[in-house]
Design a protein around this ligand. Structure first.
Ligand SMILES: Cc1cc2nc3c(=O)[nH]c(=O)nc-3n(C[C@H](O)[C@H](O)[C@H](O)COP(=O)(O)O)c2cc1C
Length: 221
């Protein structure tokens, strides 16, 4: 069985020309602020047909400093930072309370692009988190209402019962509060843009926050 996995791995390629078109990226013409470049790259990922470009890896560290990672949705990127939402009492929520610092990873294979974002994280005021939730789908509200995220679940039947009543409430009460649901803002002090290159001369542009602006460095790939 193990050999099957190795064979499969050997048969796979990244940036198959049938899927990927690697754009040229000239770091000399990059904007001074990484938010502007992220906004451009995000729109280009959507235009290039990248599926789910708004999903990202969110890395946190636990109380002991050990890393953890999972996928979450990007809710926004603006002057407040890069935003995502989750339960404050989930594993990641507790990790963020103990160590309010995180990293985000985006991978957009259709263009061979990666973006990494690191920095301190703050919880938005409760009313902003609730407004963000209530602007989303009924399913998002039902999922949030189901709650108990990352706790041990006794059975799928128990989940089905809790989810059914959460869906029923979400339909009946579209503004139902979910006190644990929290919007977080990551204010980056590093943002790195990676543009893949067919000859492996990948371009890496790393922004580092200074007092009132940003430094830019190229990095060896
Ligand atoms: C595509 C995708 C999007 C997700 N988006 C979110 C999200 O926005 N917020 C969230 O709390 N969990 C989201 N999840 C679930 C998380 O990956 C994770 O399973 C859950 O939040 C529990 O993580 P934790 O135990 O580290 O707290 C998403 C999962 C997938 C696969």
């Amino acid at each position: 069985m193990g050999n099957d996995l190795h064979e499969l791995l050997r048969s796979l390629r990244v940036w198959d020309p049938a899927v990927t078109a690697l754009p040229d990226f000239d770091p000399a013409s990059a904007p001074a602020d990484p938010l502007a470049l992220f906004t451009t790259w995000f729109a280009q990922a959507v235009a290039a047909g990248q599926t789910e470009p708004h999903t990202m890896s969110l890395a946190t560290a636990d109380e002991e400093g050990l890393p953890d990672v999972r996928t979450v949705m990007l809710h926004g990127a603006d002057a407040s930072g890069w935003s995502f939402a989750t339960h404050v009492d989930s594993a990641k929520g507790r990790q963020l309370t103990a160590r309010p610092y995180a990293a985000l990873g985006f991978y957009w294979p259709v263009q061979g692009r990666q973006v990494r974002v690191r920095g301190p994280v703050t919880a938005a005021p409760a009313h902003e988190g609730q407004a963000d939730l209530h602007a989303r789908s009924t399913g998002a509200l039902a999922a949030a209402l189901t709650g108990r995220q990352s706790q041990v679940l006794d059975s799928l039947e128990e989940l089905a019962r809790a989810s059914e009543s959460a869906w029923e409430r979400a339909r009946r009460e579209p503004d139902a509060p979910v006190p644990t649901w929290t919007l977080y803002h990551l204010r980056p002090d590093r943002v790195e843009f990676f543009q893949g290159d067919a000859a492996r001369r990948h371009v890496r542009l790393n922004y580092r926050r200074t007092g009132d602006g940003w430094n830019q460095d190229l990095l060896w790939p």
